[in-house]
Design a protein around this ligand. Structure first.
Ligand code: ZN
Length: 170
């Protein structure tokens, strides 16, 4: 299915939608076409530009912290599919609460990291200091662009500049 990149009014990438949804947004005047594909879409009576990237006319407030629920892949992707403690990749990855739940740690982006099974086991129920372990990178909420990359495994070339601009800023 053809996917369309949706930008906020600020040009920040928001999400990915279907061609049908993009048409509805443009038709209703809620979005404008920023990039189009060369071939027009034909219906019985008329032709439409084929939207590839659209931009919302009105800025929408996005919750900066997307819920961690069902975001296992996003969390692994944020950490580059590597253990944040030893840097090991290509191993069985688990999720670790930096401050363990039993010690009051929350299930939020800032407290959950990708860990290999051995590091997770070694750390156990301890705090970083107690386990003498360090994070190679401080965990933070991922930019929306990360979710777009996950939703569209093959990111079209025309989307790249929009994603790159905000990946650097995030
Ligand atoms: Zn590890």
């Amino acid at each position: 299915m053809q996917q369309v990149l949706v930008l906020n009014a600020s040009y920040e990438p928001l999400n990915v939608c279907t061609l049908r949804r993009a048409h509805v947004l443009v038709f209703k005047g809620k979005a404008e076409v920023v990039e189009r594909l060369d071939q027009p879409l034909r219906s019985a009576s008329t032709t439409f530009p084929w939207p590839h990237v659209i931009r919302l006319v009105t800025y929408v407030q996005v919750p900066r912290v997307a819920s961690l629920k069902n975001s296992r892949r996003a969390l692994f992707a944020r950490d580059g599919w590597r253990c944040v403690y030893c840097g090991e990749g290509g191993v069985r990855l688990t999720l670790d609460h930096v401050v363990p739940r039993s010690r009051g740690g929350d299930s939020v982006w800032e407290n959950v990291v990708t860990s290999c099974a051995p590091c997770n086991l070694r750390k156990g129920n301890r705090l970083l200091g107690e386990a003498a372990m360090v994070l190679r990178k401080a965990p933070k909420p991922p930019a929306p662009a990360l979710f777009i990359r996950l939703a569209a495994p093959r990111v079209p070339t025309a989307w790249q500049p929009y994603l790159a601009a905000f990946a650097a800023a995030a």
